[in-house]
Design a protein around this ligand. Sequence first.
Ligand code: DAT
Ligand code: MG
Length: 140
Amino acid sequence: MAVERTLSIIKPDATRRNLTGKINARFEDAGLRIVAQKRLQLTREQAEKFYAVHAERSFFNDLCTFMTSGPVVVQVLEGEGAVLRNREIMGATNPANAAPGTIRADFAESVEANSVHGSDSPENAANEIAFFFSQIEILS
Ligand code: DAT
Ligand code: MG
């Protein structure tokens, strides 16, 4: 499997509970490398643009309100099959369905406040990384 990069976001419910380090340890312990990282306050406009694919969903407005409710940590993770690997480490969207030992099973508060975002395909990863980072901010 090829070395890939994926976009990860530690969401406001997790930064609020001071879980950034514990979540980063999950990535590093699984062999993913954090090759870029910054703490941001998303604007409403950024949240709506980032989640535009969900614009017609009933939860879109609440999702954007939640994502702007506090700081997030955006990061680029790199490693073998990083996109799928990160989805495995995160667990299912709804923490009630997330496998034991995954970030969402261990830390998420609800389907909305589910602690982390991860890109779902290499194509989306490239677009989502470019949404937050310039090439010179990413250091393998
Ligand atoms: P994922 O974040 O696992 O890729 P997604 O892309 O389907 O999941 O949805 C993006 C986010 O939207 C998700 O992390 C939390 C929120 N969300 C999804 N389904 C929801 C629902 N049924 N009710 C409330 N929020 C939801
Ligand atoms: Mg998604």
